[in-house]
Design a protein around this ligand. Sequence first.
Ligand SMILES: *[C@@H]1O[C@H](CO)[C@@H](O)[C@H](O)[C@H]1NC(C)=O
Ligand SMILES: *[C@@H]1O[C@H](CO)[C@@H](O)[C@H](O)[C@H]1NC(C)=O
Ligand SMILES: *[C@@H]1O[C@H](CO)[C@@H](O)[C@H](O)[C@H]1NC(C)=O
Ligand SMILES: *[C@@H]1O[C@H](CO)[C@@H](O)[C@H](O)[C@H]1NC(C)=O
Ligand SMILES: *[C@@H]1O[C@H](CO)[C@@H](O)[C@H](O)[C@H]1NC(C)=O
Ligand SMILES: *[C@@H]1O[C@H](CO)[C@@H](O)[C@H](O)[C@H]1NC(C)=O
Length: 369
Amino acid sequence: MKLTSVLFVAAASAAAHPNATRTKVILENDWSSAGFIPFLLALDAGWDVLGLIGDTANSWALQTSLHGLATLEIGNLSSCIPVYKGADFPLLNTPELFAMWEQIHGDLPWQGVFAPENLTAEALGSDPTSGNPQRISPAAFVEGFPNATLAGKHAAAWMIEQVHLYPGEVMIYSGGTLTNIALAVRMDPEFASLAKGLVIMGGYIDVNLYQASGSVNQADINSDINLMLDPEATKIALTASFPNISNAANQVFPDQEYLDTVYQVKNKYTTLMYNNYGTIFPFWDETAMFAVLDPSNVINSTQFYLDVDTAWSSPSYGTVHVYQQALMPRQQTLQLVNYVYEVDAKKLKSSIKRAVQYPTSCEKMQRGW
Ligand SMILES: *[C@@H]1O[C@H](CO)[C@@H](O)[C@H](O)[C@H]1NC(C)=O
Ligand SMILES: *[C@@H]1O[C@H](CO)[C@@H](O)[C@H](O)[C@H]1NC(C)=O
Ligand SMILES: *[C@@H]1O[C@H](CO)[C@@H](O)[C@H](O)[C@H]1NC(C)=O
Ligand SMILES: *[C@@H]1O[C@H](CO)[C@@H](O)[C@H](O)[C@H]1NC(C)=O
Ligand SMILES: *[C@@H]1O[C@H](CO)[C@@H](O)[C@H](O)[C@H]1NC(C)=O
Ligand SMILES: *[C@@H]1O[C@H](CO)[C@@H](O)[C@H](O)[C@H]1NC(C)=O
């Protein structure tokens, strides 16, 4: 079996609080027209979604934040779940540096936001890549352009505020780059330890043979683009003292029969999923969210100490390197992470189906179910 990836660092006990049994979560992602399933899964599990952050990964943070807002709005969820925009640029990386790195180390099959700017593609509905991070591609909003507005605070500052408000209760989820989490870690030395944990999509291990010996698509699903777009932030976030870090990804794929089944109930979410999700890619971001919603969702996992390669001269720049305790580095502090081999695939698919067919409302979330 392929080693997949969802990293999870979890869980101090919740303080006595009326809502203490409901885990709180901040979901950070490069939101897209059909990227709403992770927050619907969290709501479906009865979690309290404090807000979303749109980050730079497949496109720039402004565009992904607006997708986050729009995909909340179509479910009438934008009045109770705010969206904060993350930083435009990675800590150091730029489209120009990335293009230079590719010339030396080879092209990635999917370049995310660092793909060359193509205004023709944007006019036809692609999200913006490279060029000016402040521009928006309205044609990409097949879900509708948002009417609600973004919350007016820096994403990192807001996350810090939330973990102080609810110490030990806030799970941080990331399906994109770790730039904003790294900023929060550096702004506040208590940020990581006050969170309930960090779960990310990404963190592939031992996949070089898959990259070299199959189709370009096989190489694509084995390349760690979220981490590689901002290697320095990845290292800061994944070596910070979160009480529990976890990671997961390539195990479960949708197929047409499954998409047809979900579409038997017609609403805006099932329609977008049916028309825009596709069957080429695994349930990446969904698997990462699912892995932490209930301990029994993970069937097989392991633990090790994790570092991130931050040498620009390396073909593995931005990807993880792991150690057993007896052999781990002595001159840096690494974290013990949970590494998910396998999730309950049947339950993942039934959870996604229920979450998308019967999305939670603001009223239900505020009542606390
Ligand atoms: C970390 O998370 C995993 C997976 O949910 C869980 O099994 C483990 O007990 C957690 N560890 C701590 C220290 O909370
Ligand atoms: C959102 O609200 C509108 C108007 O009240 C309603 O028609 C629609 O069904 C609601 N959508 C969802 C997903 O609840
Ligand atoms: C830009 O996008 C258009 C439309 O998708 C495509 O036909 C064209 O080949 C792209 N240009 C480059 C340089 O990739
Ligand atoms: C915002 O309102 C316009 C006009 O009513 C509508 O066409 C659009 O779909 C709405 N956006 C969302 C995300 O619902
Ligand atoms: C867990 O996954 C590993 C890696 O694929 C495998 O070697 C091991 O047999 C699995 N254990 C169980 C109990 O399924
Ligand atoms: C419980 O959580 C809901 C949703 O975030 C909130 O509206 C409500 O005020 C909370 N109740 C208490 C007693 O904190």
